[in-house]
Design a binder for this molecule. Structure first.
Ligand code: FE2
Ligand code: FE2
Length: 271
């Protein structure tokens, strides 16, 4: 397919809800999430009314990703504990990643791994909301999911290009698309009224120094992404390890220590 200009690409990306592969529950869910005035109880009712979705949400909140293993037994409790912003990310996580499990298992592993590592680092660094950083880790590459769903052939070509050259997938994407997965992710994040911090983590996870609202959370997602790639866990579209970008003027002694701890560890902490 001829390369679309950036506005046409954005229109296609934003029309993700109209794809035949998107199940009706995700379509309805996006409708709920797009409403910026949606309340906690409306979200809770929406989840509870769909037993399959409720089960997935409970599984997810009780998994190591969110750090309440085996402790949350109801959707209401989950929503109150995690808060609206995290629940929005979690709902998109369980639904969008449902689409991925069959065809994009490597990307799914990469995203789950990134969520776990990001939460561990955020907790260690005593971030106020480690769950928010975890949601950022889970969804940081959502732009790839959308590009793959909307343009499977071109995305395959981009992956082939990354495999046979020294380009990372983020660079190879630019050969076939007017923008890469970080922009695609940011467009849907804005369309779905994601919280600004989450949008930052999606848009700037390769360039955390550009994050305006959540530079530290974004830096943690960036670090987790690089660590996961260095470890060869999952598959994010290429087998390269991108360079770690540091925030100018910040003290990274502790970040370096965390990095060493992970690389010295013989196994990932959730295995
Ligand atoms: Fe990425
Ligand atoms: Fe990634």
């Amino acid at each position: 397919m001829a390369k679309l200009d950036i506005q046409s690409l954005r229109n296609r990306v934003e029309r993700i809800n109209t794809l035949p592969t998107i199940p009706s529950v995700l379509k309805k869910l996006l409708g709920v999430i797009e409403n910026p005035r949606v309340s906690l109880s409306e979200i809770s009712d929406f989840i509870s009314n769909d037993p399959a979705l409720a089960t997935k949400v409970l599984k997810m909140v009780n998994s190591p990703i969110y750090g309440f293993p085996g402790r949350i037994s109801s959707v209401n409790q989950a929503v109150i504990l995690l808060g609206l912003n995290v629940v929005k990310g979690l709902l998109l996580g369980v639904s969008v990643f449902d689409l991925m499990q069959k065809s994009m298992i490597g990307l799914w592993e990469h995203s789950i791994g990134c969520a776990v590592v990001a939460r561990i680092i955020a907790k260690k660094k005593q971030f106020k909301e480690p769950e928010e950083v975890s949601a950022g880790g889970l969804l940081h590459d959502i732009g790839k999911v959308i590009l793959i769903l909307q343009f499977p052939d071109d995305y395959q070509k981009a992956m082939n290009e990354a495999a046979k050259s020294d380009k990372t997938i983020a660079v190879a994407e630019k050969d076939f698309f007017a923008a890469n997965h970080t922009s695609a992710g940011a467009w849907v994040a804005q369309k779905w009224s994601f919280p600004r911090n989450l949008t930052d983590m999606i848009e700037c996870h390769h360039k955390p120094h550009l994050a305006k609202n959540a530079p530290f959370q974004t830096a943690v997602v960036h670090l987790s992404d690089v660590l996961l790639r260095g470890r060869g866990f999952g598959f994010a579209g290429d087998s390269k390890v991108p360079r770690l970008t540091l925030l100018p003027g910040k003290n990274y002694n502790s970040a370096k220590k965390t990095s060493r701890t992970f690389s010295a560890s013989p196994r990932m902490p959730w295995r």
